[in-house]
Design a protein around this ligand. Sequence first.
Ligand code: GLV
Length: 333
Amino acid sequence: MKPQVLVCRRIFPETLERLREHFAVEANDADVVWSRDELIARLQGKSGAFLTGTQPIDATLLDACPDLRAVCSMAVGYNNIDVPACTARGVLVSNAPDVLTETTADFGFALMMATARRIAESEHFLRRGEWTKWSVDLFAGADVHGATLGILGMGRIGRAIARRGARGFAMPVVYHNRSRLDPAVEAELGARWLTKEELLATADHLVIVVPYSAESHHLVGEAELKRMKPTATLTNIARGGIVDDRALAAALRAGTIAAAGLDVFEGEPAVHPDLLTVANVVLTPHIASASLPTRRAMAELAADNLIAALDTRPGAALPPTALNPEVLGRRRL
Ligand code: GLV
């Protein structure tokens, strides 16, 4: 009998078909966002779960779903999954790194440019029928080329954004990361490490790409925004909760910084009401990785992981991007 797996949201038909070759699949073609209780009920008897990045997997849920052996997410961020709790229970966890790096960096750069050049704000003005004449400073924004690009969080996506800025737009690049990059990588990127405080004060355009954790909660709040230049922009493509959205809306209204671009929000899909009434912010619905080829690649990678994770044959290949592959060693002994 094939193992049973739960696919938590609607995914591409070709990925579902592939999963069906290996598993008895319960899919979610209606794309319903299941409550925690419903998720637990549907996970009964399931060996695996295909996650899309938002389903919270914690110790209580794992204890309520004793058959679960693998949770494989098509997102790169895995702050929704308690990995140590999974490891303690022998549940394999995987995420989907690499396949979305360049697409997400493209979007981060686009959002930063839209923010600096006031593209959304001016488009709304045009649609409202308010464009009646040329003016010398009509939606005059900040330059991107040659400006200092600040990157908070220099992982794979941060580095891909740095390359775009340094090579394509002649931007001096400064960054802050807990661990400094190897000097050879710094030289290749033309990037200079700064303390977080220095980064905030130096960047003309700050792009946030750190993973969410208890440590990065409200990493940028009122005090940090005050350190930034009044002409600076802030772009967040990482996770909601890293920026204090209420403080950001107040800073945008007060002119503490010039503008912001946000793809992620605290408590999304809800958006802080203050952000909706501020003009100098570009808001997008968490779509940084959303090119069709990349979303397909992310889904396929999650499927690869799930198929390998539930393959119990001795010597079976490891899931390609497991976060705790040691649990398989234990299981396959
Ligand atoms: C998207 O936010 C992801 O983590 O893949």
